[in-house]
Design a binder for this molecule. Structure first.
Ligand SMILES: Nc1ncnc2c1ncn2[C@@H]1O[C@H](COP(=O)(O)OP(=O)(O)OP(=O)(O)O)[C@@H](O)[C@H]1O
Ligand SMILES: Nc1ccn([C@@H]2O[C@H](COP(=O)(O)O)[C@@H](O)[C@H]2O)c(=O)n1
Length: 209
């Protein structure tokens, strides 16, 4: 069974995806980490963000087993990720890897922006997890503060809005709700309530209701 979870930045889709994976005993891929790894490498190596061929080369040679999720979660890397993710050649270089992960025997849980629309449109369970930009900025601000990143709330909110615009407005695999996705708006829900709501929606989709 493939479970596809999409949604904007800091909507809580990763938290839900991890818990669904544990609940159903499925492998999980946070596809945002792939774009973050390309963005981080570009920053580290000083690659021009307009050099699509060089960035696609980095994407094609990613060692997925070596991704350091913790190190890739900084605000600067998130911004770099959303810039490289707008480039069709970068997306093309990461496509097969994600599709193979989704289609492994027994299934998988993937979260990102285009899982239900591009990577695994055949997924029987599709959730689109969202919340207002303000609610998401509160979450991201708290998360960055816990990492020791001293950044103001207004800056985080502006970053969230900029990323929403870039992710939804790009021509290549934009962030968009799949027609057959179930929407979970967790603006007023805490982590536990959001998880319970997601599980109920997943169970409903599994039962074909
Ligand atoms: N319903 C919720 N209420 C409050 N905080 C939440 C909720 N869901 C997740 N969080 C917290 O918000 C932060 C972002 O959550 P998470 O990483 O799951 O979001 P995401 O959509 O996967 O983000 P990204 O787009 O960066 O991958 C985390 O610190 C998480 O613990
Ligand atoms: N399937 C995906 C996943 C991510 N992106 C881009 O990567 C950026 C970082 O993702 P996070 O989920 O870790 O925040 C994100 O802003 C997207 O631009 C993507 O395009 N497709």
């Amino acid at each position: 069974m493939i479970i596809a979870i999409d949604g904007p930045a800091a909507s809580g889709k990763g938290t839900i995806a991890r818990r669904l994976a544990t609940h159903y005993g499925l492998p999980h891929l946070d596809t945002g980490l792939l774009y973050r790894a390309v963005g981080a490498a570009a920053l580290e190596r000083g690659v021009d963000f307009a050099d699509e061929a060089a960035l696609a080369g980095i994407a094609a040679s990613l060692d997925v087993a070596a991704l350091d999720a913790e190190a890739l979660k900084s605000g600067a890397v998130g911004e770099a990720a959303s810039r490289v993710a707008a480039l069709p050649a970068v997306r093309a270089a990461l496509l097969r890897l994600q599709q193979d992960f989704a289609r492994q025997p027994g299934g998988a849980v993937l979260d990102g922006r285009d899982i239900g629309t591009v990577i695994a449109p055949e997924a029987p369970v599709k959730l689109f997890v969202t919340a207002t930009p303000e609610a998401r900025a509160v979450r991201r601000h708290r998360e960055l503060a816990a990492r020791g990143e001293a950044v103001g709330f207004e800056e985080v909110l502006a970053d969230i809005r900029r990323r929403d615009e870039r992710d939804s407005g790009r021509a290549s695999a934009p962030l968009v709700q799949a027609a057959d996705a179930q929407v979970l708006d967790n603006t007023t829900l805490g982590v536990e309530e959001s998880w319970q709501a997601a599980l109920a929606l997943a169970e409903r989709a599994r039962a074909g209701r």
